[in-house]
Design a protein around this ligand. Structure first.
Ligand code: GLN
Length: 286
């Protein structure tokens, strides 16, 4: 890379081509995200900067980052941010990278609770905090409790809550599901929401390379992938109000089985952007 002068446009083209050859599907986008990270500028500024000549240090650091991406490191771990619900969330390898499909879950919950005055929401397995923090942002009088079993994940989530100015209404609890919560929170919640780990243990090894860089703790849902749904559903009656909402993201082909576990609820499902049943929402009726 050192022997010639590179401008921004040519370096992006080179990066995109190298990523494509390595099988990266979003090669152009990733090259642009990596370039804007290397130049510490917004991606939208790259067009105006396309003829700018890169310094040897800039091209060197850009090339190193492209190499990391080729090795299977997800672009969000390289740049340290992922956009979700129109906001930038900080991420690192101790949290799952937020997915666009999860926005369908967040929107469903917002729809269900927006008419309730000062609703209390519990986000189980919050990771980087994307679900709970987005709900807090879009429902301005909500109170959100966010639980995770991973201390480093909660650190990132708390950072995101501060950065997105909802830290006065989002509270974090470290521990395993409901055991993390104070007992006084029994029957307090208007909604419980979770995108739990749902990959069957034996399938973890077959996941694409970049997904395998994400924490196993955030992916592994036990033998059939449904362990966390069972545990969250069985613990919910103690924490959820009557008529409260229990909402999950589910994996491919899991919606029906999860819905059938929710016998105390009146249930519907919502499809994701590719038409897969991705979200199961239940209103408690018993
Ligand atoms: N709640 C976070 C998300 O939806 C983390 C989920 C997880 O780690 N399984 O991205």
């Amino acid at each position: 890379m050192r022997e010639r002068q590179w401008n921004v446009r040519d370096a992006i083209l080179w990066g995109a081509k190298s990523l494509k050859k390595a099988g990266v599907q979003t090669s152009r986008l990733d090259a642009e995200l990596i370039m804007s990270y290397a130049l510490k500028c917004e991606r939208s500024h790259l067009i105006a900067a396309r003829d700018r000549t890169l310094s040897p240090d800039e091209i060197e650091s850009y090339a190193q980052l492209i190499k990391k991406r080729i090795k299977g490191i997800p672009v969000a771990y390289i740049t340290g941010v992922k956009e979700f619900m129109g906001m930038d969330f900080a991420v690192n390898p101790s949290v799952l990278i937020p997915r666009p499909d999860t926005e369908v879950l967040v929107e469903s919950v917002i729809d269900e609770i927006k008419k309730i005055k000062a609703p209390w929401v519990l986000d189980i397995g919050t990771g980087c905090g994307c679900i709970g923090i987005s709900i807090a942002r879009f429902v301005p009088d909500s109170v959100v409790c966010a639980v995770d079993v991973s201390a480093p994940a909660l650190e990132i989530a708390a950072f995101n809550a501060r950065k997105l100015s909802v830290d006065a209404r989002v509270f974090f609890y470290l521990g395993d599901l409901y055991s993390a919560l104070p007992k006084e929170f029994a029957h307090k919640f208007d909604a419980i929401v979770s995108n739990p780990p749902y990959i069957p243990s034996r399938s973890i090894k077959d996941l694409p390379l970049d997904v395998r860089s994400e924490p196993v703790l955030a992916l592994d849902g036990g033998e059939d992938g449904l362990d966390f749904y069972r545990r969250i559903i069985s613990g919910a009656p103690l924490y959820l109000k009557k008529e409260g909402i229990l909402a999950f993201e589910v994996g491919y082909n899991q919606a029906r089985e999860v819905a059938s576990m929710m016998s105390w609820y009146s249930v519907y499902t919502v499809k994701d952007l590719s038409g897969i049943e991705r979200v199961v929402v239940g209103r408690r009726v018993r």
